[in-house]
Design a protein around this ligand. Structure first.
Ligand code: XMP
Length: 503
């Protein structure tokens, strides 16, 4: 495998993803993490925000001396190698950020097939001023900064970021490093992953009773179908209809997973219970907590009846990397849909068949398993569902209003081709009424907010620049047909400082 050592660059995960897309299995480790070197075939040191000459700057990993293979250093990774071998790293007069042209000076396999002048993406303050002994310059940028260097034996160093799309030949450069310098053959493909994983699950879960909460979200869906292929009926999938799902979903999800894909699925209609528990509650955190606890209660009963000893969770690789970064041992549990708290309470062992996959790989695995696209490419949805999109107290009447408005907004986006262009879109029902006029009468109805954002993984988000015509169409349709809504507004707040959801 290819080890990607993380020094805190925003692009670390991207390096690992591109390496996988090129057909080589990659794994991200923190620079201060212990590593088993047995099947490590190449090492890539990432960029990072530190300066190598600062006192607490991150160092080369402890295991680095023991590792005998080739090393690619990118940005901070380049500076770290140069610095630790006796070269000189300096702050630049000005930071180099964005597209730059580099000029190749020497032939080297890493630039095989790359033009003598090519565009790359730079993002650095420091640079290597003097190379260690035995190194030669391979390329320089227009500012005469060393853009690439090697000792021709163990180290290849790049000041720019080959993993970023703006580096025109970035993929070729990474591919050259892996195939021509490390002599690796591509060996990572998802069909193999699927068949091996099914085999592995079949062995480890033989004769066991396993349970899963299936929400219809991408990760849990793929995890459940994969496990189902391995152990069939021994996996019980529990679909809890808490009443806060999008319109029609309580029927669609069982239809896809039970009827179409043959999963052993029970649907629990718990609408009344949840609504009752929420009566009179308007504090967002309390709402979330109540829903989470109630969910566990419902789920626990099923787990006991089934005699479950194992619980399937849809943890994916970015969760694993993020929690490793923050120093926690296991992946953070994002919501009650991952039934946090239950494993300890019931002494369940956790099964995480997707913990080594990136989100786009999870979707591709879903396609291989025959899960329909409308499930795999659906926008993210919070565990507590529409309950956190009705600000204040949740009532049945408000739920009906919101479900219908949301359906119309989403359908309008789909019709106009905007559903796939935005990362997430939904409606929020506000607890305020506003004056209007309907026919000749004064009206006094709720305000609805439309929300759509562009994001990667939900950590930060920009409000989506949906054309006015599309917003206009959605607003007209909603105002014309949803009783109870008298005004529609569009949320133009980005995250930070706003969050994506309103509660
Ligand atoms: P925020 O509102 O924190 O949302 O900016 C970021 C992303 O997370 C989703 N979200 C949740 N997902 N359980 C989930 O599984 C939750 O309790 C939850 N709360 C927010 C939100 O929809 C957005 O995609």
């Amino acid at each position: 495998k290819v080890l990607v050592v993380d020094y805190g660059s925003q692009y670390t995960q991207l390096i690992a993803r591109v390496v996988r897309e090129l057909g080589y299995y990659s794994q991200v480790v923190q620079y201060d993490e212990q590593v088993d070197l047995e099947d490590v075939q190449a090492v890539i040191l990432s960029g990072g925000p530190a300066s190598v000459y600062e006192e607490d700057a991150p160092k080369l990993p402890d295991w680095f001396e023991k590792y005998e293979g080739k090393v690619l250093g990118i940005c901070y990774g380049m500076q770290l190698v140069a610095h630790s071998l006796g070269g000189k790293v300096e702050p630049g007069e000005k930071a180099e950020y964005g597209r730059t042209t580099i000029r190749l000076i020497e032939d080297d396999p890493i630039f095989f097939g790359v033009e003598k002048e090519t565009t790359v993406w730079m993002s650095h303050g420091d640079h290597v001023k003097v190379l260690p002994k035995g190194f030669k310059v391979l390329a320089k940028s227009t500012d005469e900064i060393i853009a690439a260097a090697t000792d021709g034996k163990r180290y290849w160093l790049l000041q720019f970021h080959p993993e970023v799309r703006h580096t025109l030949r970035g993929r070729e450069i990474l591919h050259n490093f892996l195939s021509k310098i490390c002599n690796l053959k591509p060996n990572w493909n998802l069909e193999d992953f699927v068949s091996k994983k099914i085999e592995e699950l079949r062995e480890t879960l033989a004769g066991k009773k396993v349970i899963a909460a299936l929400s219809g979200g991408v990760d849990s869906s793929v995890a459940c179908v994969l496990t189902h292929k391995a152990i069939g009926e021994n996996l019980l999938n529990v679909f809890v209809d808490h009443g806060f799902l999008r319109k029609g979903e309580e029927n669609e999800v069982p239809k896809v997973f039970k009827e179409m894909l043959g999963l052993n699925l029970v649907k629990i209609n718990a609408r009344k219970r949840f609504l009752e528990k929420l009566r009179g509650v308007s504090d967002p955190e309390r709402k979330r907590k109540i829903i989470g606890e109630e969910f566990i209660r419902v789920f626990e009963k099923q787990a006991q009846q089934h005699g479950a000893t194992h619980l399937v969770q849809g943890t994916i690789y970015s969760d694993v990397i993020e929690s490793a970064k923050s120093g926690k041992k296991t992946a953070a549990i994002k919501s009650h849909h991952n039934v946090g708290g239950l494993p300890e309470r019931m002494n369940l062992q956790i099964v995480e068949p997707l913990r080594n996959l990136f989100k786009d790989e999870v979707r591709l695995v879903g396609e291989i398993l025959g899960i329909p696209r409308q499930i795999l490419y659906r926008h993210p949805f919070p565990g507590p569902g529409l309950a956190v999109r009705i600000l204040g107290e949740v009532t049945e009447e408000k739920l009906e209003i919101l479900k219908e408005a949301d359906r119309i907004f989403i359908e309008t986006l789909k019709e106009t081709g905007w559903y796939e262009k935005v990362w997430q879109a939904f409606c929020v029902l506000l607890p305020v009424r506003s004056v209007g006029v309907r026919g000749d009468k004064r009206a006094y109805d709720y305000v609805l907010a439309l929300r759509a954002v562009d994001s990667t993984e939900g950590m930060t988000a920009d409000w989506s620049k949906i054309p006015h015509e599309v917003l206009d169409l959605a607003a007209r349709r909603i105002l014309n047909s949803v009783k109870g809504i008298g005004r529609v507004v569009y949320d133009i707040s980005s995250k930070p400082p706003a969050t994506i959801e309103w509660e």
